[in-house]
Each structure stands twice: as C-alpha cells, then as structure tokens.
Design a protein around this ligand. Structure first.
Ligand code: NAD
Length: 335
C-alpha cells in the first residue's frame, strides 16, 4: 500500500503548538503518514513575501488532504482572507463542523451532538464588496446564492445524515427578509428535502435558531445553512460543548479536503502553552474518517474522552491547570 502523504500547515499563533500535538497523536496510533510541511499566513508573509505561496497551493493540490492550523489574516490592509481564498480555489464547498459533548468540560449541557454543514463558497463571503463613497462613509457587499451551490450543499447534508444514521436535517435561513438570496436557498432546500423522505426535514429562521440552540439544543441533529449563518452558528455550537477549544471543522470538495479547528490563531494565548489542542486533534479524527481509517479515529476519540472526563492534565478552558504539552502527553499515555 502506498504511504498516504498529508500536507501540514502549522499556521499562526497557537497553530504550531496544537498541530504538533495532533501529529504526535496520529503517529502514536500508527497512522504512518508522510508529512509535507507548507507555510501560509503570517509565517508565509515573513518567509516568502506572500500569505499564500504558490508551493503551498501546489502541495495542497498534490496530496489532496491537508491538516491546517489557524491562520491570521491581517485586518484592514487589503488582504483577502486566506481561508476564504483556499476554500474557493479548491472548491471545498462543504464546511462540516460537528460538536459533541465530552463529560468533564465546563459546558452548560450534556449529550450535545450537532453537525453544522455550512456552505463555504457563496453567500456574504463572495468577496464582492466595496466602499462606494469618496469619503469612505458608505460601503456595500454582495451576497450571491446560486441554485447549483444551494443544491450541492443541501444534498451533501442529507447524504451525510444518511451515512451517519442521523434522523433530522434543519435548513436555517432568513428568507423572510433576505427574500432573493435566502429565499432561493430555502426553496432549493425544500426541493432537496422531498428527495429524502427517510429523514425528517425542518426549517428555521436564523435568529430563532440561535435562541433555540441556547434554550433547547437537543432538538438539533444536522443543520444546513449558508456561509455567514453557518460561521456564526458553529461558534455558538462550540460554546454549547465547552468552547472553541473543542470544535473541529472539515472543508470538503470533490477533489481536496482541509481539516482544521473552527477557531482562529488566538493571539491572546499564543506562545503561552495554554491552548487546548482538542479542536485540531478532533479535526485529525475527521481526517481519519475521511480516509476510512475509523478504527484509529475511534481510538483517539476514546483517549480524548478519558482524559477530559478524568480531568487528567487538562487545559484551563476545561477547568484544569495544565498546558498544551501536558494535555497532549495525557492523551498519548492512553494510546
Ligand atoms: P479566535 O478563535 O482566535 O479566539 C477567540 C477566543 O477563543 C480567544 O479568547 C482565544 O483565546 C480562545 N481560543 C481559541 N482557540 C482556543 C483553544 N484551542 N484553546 C483555548 N482557547 C482558545 O478568534 P479571534 O481572536 O477573533 O481571531 C484571531 C485571528 O484568527 C484573526 O486573525 C482571524 O482572522 C483568525 N481566524 C482564523 C481562522 C482559521 O484559520 N480557520 C478562523 C477564525 C479566525
């Protein structure tokens, strides 16, 4: 069997620490991956003079599977988000963000198991927008939804639901106000729902969804929604299971996939050995499932569960007093 090559982008801020943690764990369970390391973000700007160097793009394309730390996009300096650029360039149209309760966190709820499927290439993140007055006092942005884009993401969500034995898909929208864009998304979601009579289909307006997620999150199973709503809702969902340190995400297209944490580079705790690496470890678990290595994925999930439940060397966001390296060692000890 040929050795699977993985492109690894360690990223900025807490990225290198949490990605190193995930790589140690992948090696410990005997994945036998070959890693090609690539730069992106601030690190790439320093080393290559650009945020997203050509050789990084080539490696992502060549290996097809990438594990990535968070990247810092400099604010207000004319840079387009690197993450948005990557998702568009490789047509990774589905952003799959699962949240799962682990006992032992400081979360307000137990037994949360929700997957947000976020459209990743259209909507308010189309990148179409500008300042329209000379004095800079007026700006506009364009949201773009296409029938093809809506159909492929909603179908993706239902296929995922079927594959994983899920019971319900909720389409989240704002069609009452955003009649053209969200209206088209909802229309297509209803049409696709009719093709999946074995799965319960519901729809909900995004503001109500936020309230319902806080008041009664157990009613949700799979959520499918447009780009901006999915971005916001998935952070809310991370809060239900103990915070951003617990939330992974996969960007999936027909050809390439990038696995990463939901959170950003966390500059407030960077370089302090404080970050919870669970987010990226769970992203690598998603990667193993994508590569059909479920036994190894299960082993890592089980070890993580044991560490968090017992409070053995957990990080501060989980109520512990330890750092990234101690937490990683606690997981390694159980593997
Ligand atoms: P953030 O997600 O980096 O941090 C928000 C809060 O969560 C901070 O208090 C941080 O300390 C905490 N946090 C995040 N991850 C944690 C972890 N693993 N363990 C413990 N605590 C954790 O959001 P931000 O500060 O708004 O953004 C910082 C930078 O990240 C920005 O440049 C932004 O553009 C970028 N960003 C990148 C991605 C990505 O690469 N996918 C996603 C979001 C934001």
């Amino acid at each position: 069997m040929t050795q699977q090559r993985i492109t690894v982008i360690k990223g900025d801020g807490i990225g290198p620490d949490i990605v190193d943690s995930a790589l140690q764990i992948l090696d410990k369970v005997g994945c036998n991956f070959a890693y090609d390391f690539a730069d992106a973000g601030l690190m790439a700007l320093e080393n290559h003079g650009e945020l997203l160097p050509q050789e990084t793009l080539e490696l992502i394309e060549k290996n097809k599977v990438t594990l990535k730390g968070p990247l810092t996009t400099p604010v207000g300096e004319g840079f387009t988000s690197i993450n948005v650029s990557l998702r568009k360039r490789f047509q990774m149209y589905a952003n799959v963000r699962p949240v799962l309760s682990f006992k032992g966190t400081k979360a307000r709820y137990e037994d949360i198991d929700i997957i947000t499927v976020r459209e990743n290439t259209e909507g308010m993140y189309s990148g179409l927008g500008q300042v329209v007055s000379e004095d800079g006092s007026e700006a506009e942005a364009m949201s773009k939804i296409t029938r093809a884009g809506a159909e492929r993401i909603v179908k993706f969500a239902y296929e995922l639901a079927r594959r994983e034995g899920r019971k319900k898909v909720t389409a989240v929208h704002k069609a009452n106000i955003l009649k053209s864009t969200s209206g088209l998304f909802l229309k297509v979601a209803r049409e696709v729902a009719n093709q999946y009579p074995d799965i319960e289909s519901t729809e909900m307006i995004v503001d109500n969804t936020c309230m319902q997620l806080v008041m009664n999150p157990h009613q949700f199973d799979v959520i499918v929604t447009t780009n901006l709503f999915g971005d916001i809702i998935s952070d809310l969902c991370a809060g239900l299971v103990g915070g951003l340190g617990m939330a992974p995400g996969a960007n999936i297209g027909n050809d390439c996939a990038i696995f990463e944490a939901v959170h950003g580079s966390a500059p407030d705790i960077a370089g302090k050995n404080l970050a919870n690496p669970t987010s990226v470890i769970l992203a690598s678990v998603q990667m193993l499932e994508y590569l059909e290595m479920s036994d190894k994925a299960d082993a890592i999930r089980k070890a993580l569960k044991e560490v968090i439940e017992s409070g053995d060397r957990t990080t501060r966001d989980l109520g512990g007093e330890h750092g990234t390296t101690d937490f990683t060692q606690a997981v390694l000890d159980r593997l």
